[in-house]
Ligand binder design. Sequence first.
Ligand code: NAG
Ligand code: NAG
Ligand code: NAG
Length: 360
Amino acid sequence: MKGLVLLLGLAAVAALAVGGGDALQQPVVPAVFVLGDSTLDVGNNNHLPGEGVPRANTPFYGVDFPGGPKATGQFSNGYNIADFIASRVREKPFGLSGAQITELPHPQRSHQRRELASAGAGILDSTNAGDNIPLSKQVRYFASTKAEMEAAWGTHRVSAHLANSFLLGIGSNDMFQTKPKSTAEVAALYATLVSNYSTAITDLYGLGARKFGIINVGPVGCVPRVRVLNATGACNDALNLYAVGLAAAVKSALAGLAPKLPGFAYSLADSFAASQASFTDPQSVGFVSSDSACCGSGRLGAESLCMKNVTLCPNRDTYAFWDSVHPTQRAAELVAQGVFDGPTQLTTPINFKQLAHKRY
Ligand SMILES: *[C@@H]1O[C@H](CO)[C@@H](O)[C@H](O)[C@H]1NC(C)=O
Ligand SMILES: *[C@@H]1O[C@H](CO)[C@@H](O)[C@H](O)[C@H]1NC(C)=O
Ligand SMILES: *[C@@H]1O[C@H](CO)[C@@H](O)[C@H](O)[C@H]1NC(C)=O
């Protein structure tokens, strides 16, 4: 579980008709392409070899999964942010179908999603190298998936669906892993991160993606695993500032990229703003704790991993953090609601709902 964080998965949501044999004939609902890190991984890492690969495939992960506890690989007590956003997108399937999907699918069985996200992944190939599928490789997997779909349904049909919608976000693992020692190193890292991120987005655009919902990097210095290193349990301000700088650089890069890519549209979620209430006024959003892991042990629940022999917090919905790095299902839902329907200060230049309703 190296460097996995709440607020920066990279998910790509595409209005694609995908599915089993029968679905090949008839598009049903838009599909969701998800690229990113552990905030969005629904089990890809379960299939990666290696001891160091972070996996959420043992109890108590998934303890609140609908239909009974099931450790699917999601780093949550239940659904993650991608699940909530995907379910919202599919409520309004871009006019492709009259189907109204109101219940969340079981991610492992869903034919409407293509999951490429991988826990521990970063914008840089070097981030937790060898123990995840880095962003650049996720983009290559997307290209293969697209080729398979084209073989099945034809180029025209696939491109029409691809143009509809994408959702992305990644970077917290890069924040955890890179340890710049000077302002010059910080500046150099921002430049590399933004350049590589822009390349990934431009490559997806080149493959036909047009609408991008992007979850920007958030308060990585406030996760229990980082707080526990401070005697007072305070957030690591330096780490948060490092992330604030990356978030700003990504924001300006996207504003610069958009005019160069005809038809490109995006919504960038400000994860600092979207989670601010959880940290400054936890009670206002129904949390009794926003500094401790529900599943863990020791100080702040952050002195052990989330595993079967620890004591869970009694009410998961009252905790912001599920384990020492990842949000609870409830915290994920709040963030997803905020960026989807939320006020303009949570997203730039439009919210995810407005993005989802854009037509091409
Ligand atoms: C990122 O940027 C560096 C430096 O420009 C480059 O060497 C590397 O290939 C890029 N791509 C990835 C995915 O790390
Ligand atoms: C712990 O956090 C406080 C408050 O942010 C800060 O002043 C202090 O320097 C931190 N201690 C360490 C060891 O980082
Ligand atoms: C749980 O089990 C692990 C070994 O599997 C052990 O290292 C850890 O200390 C145990 N935690 C508790 C709270 O008993």
